[in-house]
Design a protein around this ligand. Structure first.
Ligand code: ADP
Ligand code: ADP
Length: 229
């Protein structure tokens, strides 16, 4: 488990006169076990911020800490994070078990440890009876849960969600939102969740970071953000 600290984060794309600064000095302390949503219109810098925490994008200035460790120069695999994307792709020829186990096999986790972790994740996600199935034999919601299972088995300190619900129909979106809430209740993993959808943000967030044009405009609970006197 871990906190996430953003200290005066700046991001510029490009060099020299063509450089485009898209994040203008963001400061935030995300507490251990907290669920924080980054919300704001398209192009305001949400993904860039998340991708910098993930290590998929370099920071131009400032520091990112996970726990008490500055991670600016750590490759993604060394950051103890797991990312859940909008367009996850399950391996179609692999069973549910193998889909969840794949990353651990690559990381050379021992076989019995893999089984223990996959079984535990499957139990939390109610996938225990589906472990031998192939993705095409699953419903959309079940596939979504397998994608989350792949993140859980890595036992990360931090979950990063990049608009994971935005391509789903309304029913599946609501269902997956509940899954994510349940997951957070049970595992209590520090989570950063990006969305442009304010309703989604309000429903999921313990606190929300409201971004606009590369600036953090507000950081507070949904009540603080939406019901200011
Ligand atoms: P959001 O996730 O809020 O939609 P992004 O973080 O994707 O916003 O983008 C923020 C700004 O940075 C946008 O103006 C976008 O065009 C720009 N941007 C994002 N990625 C790149 C990149 N790889 N190179 C140059 N500009 C980028
Ligand atoms: P999203 O806002 O959902 O992240 P975008 O369309 O902004 O989607 O970005 C899709 C991809 O294109 C991302 O990898 C982003 O970094 C990249 N990108 C976005 N804007 C630019 C840009 N102006 N120049 C180069 N790459 C960009």
């Amino acid at each position: 488990m871990a906190s996430i600290t953003l200290r005066n984060i700046v991001k510029r794309y490009g060099q020299g006169p063509k450089a485009n600064q898209v994040i203008h000095g963001v400061n935030a302390d995300i507490h251990d076990r907290e669920f924080v949503v980054i919300v704001g219109p398209s192009g305001c810098g949400k993904s860039t911020l998340l991708r910098m925490v993930a290590g998929l994008e370099e920071v131009t200035g400032g520091d990112i800490l996970i726990g008490d460790k500055v991670v600016n120069n750590l490759e993604p695999a060394k950051r103890d994070i797991a990312m859940v994307f909008q367009n996850y792709a399950l391996y179609p020829h692999m069973s549910v078990f193998d889909n969840m186990a794949y990353g651990l096999k690559i990381a050379k986790v021992p076989k019995d440890e893999i089984k223990t972790r996959v079984d535990k994740a499957a139990k939390i996600l109610e996938l225990g009876h589906l472990l031998e199935r192939k993705p095409r034999e699953l419903s959309g919601g079940q596939r979504q849960r397998v994608a989350m299972g792949r993140a859980i088995v890595r036992q990360p300190q931090v979950f990063l969600f990049d608009e994971p619900l935005s391509n789903l129909d309304a029913k599946l979106r609501a269902q997956t939102r509940l899954e994510i809430q349940k997951l957070h209740r049970e595992l209590g993993i520090t989570s950063l969740f990006v969305t442009h959808d304010q309703v989604e943000a309000m429903t999921l967030a313990q606190r929300m970071i409201v971004m606009n044009a590369g600036n953090m405009e507000q950081f507070g609970t949904p009540e603080e953000v939406y019901h200011r006197p």
